[in-house]
Design a protein around this ligand. Structure first.
Ligand SMILES: [Zn+2]
Length: 160
């Protein structure tokens, strides 16, 4: 079973990871098992953020509260491996405790999606999920209108 993500959302996550080459970035994914609608960065509060990640609990709890209030559903989360691969690490497997959650892992400008499955083929805790990148849905990209419209013509000349 594959999952979709919008190109804008994926590009944003990969760019955030690339901008932090010395630490793991992380955040939440919203949507459902088949489609990631959006993502939100969160602080990494791990003691050693260069090698591990731990999503800021305040951000996590706020998202859970919002979800319970009818807000976007939490589909999973993402994090980066600054010096590793897009495969889950043994430590990721040890932290896996919510079957069905999606894990998006970014490394070296690439991203791979995994689903938590007890006894999964990868690290005994994950299965790969084909990631389908779609254009034109998902995150809202507001079009900022320039306040400077075309210059008003004030040069009309009257004769007579
Ligand atoms: Zn990891």
């Amino acid at each position: 079973m594959s999952a979709q993500i919008s190109r804008a959302t994926l590009v944003g996550i990969v760019a955030d990871a690339a901008a932090a080459p010395d630490r793991e970035v992380c955040g939440l994914l919203f949507g459902d098992a088949r489609r990631i609608d959006s993502a939100a960065p969160a602080g990494n509060v791990a003691a050693d953020p260069a090698r591990h990640f731990e999503i800021d609990p305040a951000a996590l709890f706020a998202a859970i509260r919002a979800e319970r209030g009818g807000g976007p559903r939490i589909a999973g989360h993402y994090h980066s491996h600054p010096s590793g691969s897009t495969e889950p690490s043994a430590r990721d497997a040890a932290a896996a405790c919510q079957p069905g959650r999606l894990w998006l892992i970014v490394a070296a400008g690439e991203a791979a999606l995994w689903r938590e499955v007890p006894g999964g083929a990868v690290q005994g805790a994950f299965e790969p999920v084909p990631l389908v990148v779609e254009d034109g849905f998902g995150g809202c990209t507001p079009q900022i209108q320039s306040p400077q419209g075309p210059p008003l013509s004030t040069s009309a000349q009257r004769k007579g």
